[in-house]
Design a protein around this ligand. Structure first.
Ligand code: SF4
Ligand code: FES
Length: 165
């Protein structure tokens, strides 16, 4: 999904602007765990960047979002920093989590990215991104790929960010 679509919303604070694309959120809740005062699923708006006066900390939490549903722009102009090393992590029965200085070829051409959850079940309606369809269709990954290191958390957890502002 391209930034600027209605599914992609901006939340403006004094030191940082946070963008959220609901179509790419897989509810892993790294944001809620990292800065619960900023990311509160039961509140409207659910993202309040100024709830944490340390914009760099908010940026750090946004970078933990494994799917790329969250991005940011710091007020002093520094662009979002990609991981220096590109990594790919297979989520058991789920997508490939990719991090780095990425160029993704989507339906609208190449797009620069820093983080993404890429569909590997073939059922996503938002390719190349995972849209959660693997759960709906009950897709199962090969057992050998489930043993890759670094995937220490189940893909779906109980804290669910909202589908709108
Ligand atoms: S995928 Fe959704 S819940 Fe998980 S860190 Fe990103 S925005 Fe938060
Ligand atoms: S892996 Fe999630 S929709 Fe395909």
């Amino acid at each position: 999904m391209q930034h600027g679509d209605v599914t992609d919303r901006e939340y403006t604070g004094t030191g940082i602007v946070v963008r959220y694309d609901v179509t790419r959120c897989r509810h892993v809740a790294e944001c809620v765990r990292g800065a619960p005062e900023v990311f509160e699923p039961g509140r409207r708006p659910w993202i309040l960047p100024d709830a944490d006066p340390d914009a760099e900390h908010v940026a750090d939490v946004v970078r933990r979002c494994p799917t790329g549903a969250l991005h940011y722009q710091l007020a002093h102009g520094e662009p979002e920093r990609p991981d220096p090393t590109t990594t790919v992590t297979a989520v058991p029965d789920g997508p490939l989590l990719v991090r780095g200085d990425l160029r993704l070829n989507g339906p609208d051409g190449p797009v620069a990215e820093t983080r993404a959850a890429l569909c590997r079940c073939g059922s996503s309606a938002n390719k190349p991104f995972c849209d959660g369809s693997h759960e709906r269709v009950g897709w199962r990954s090969d057992a050998s790929t489930d043993e890759e290191p670094g995937c220490d958390r189940p893909h779906s957890e109980s804290v669910v960010p909202p589908s709108a502002t």
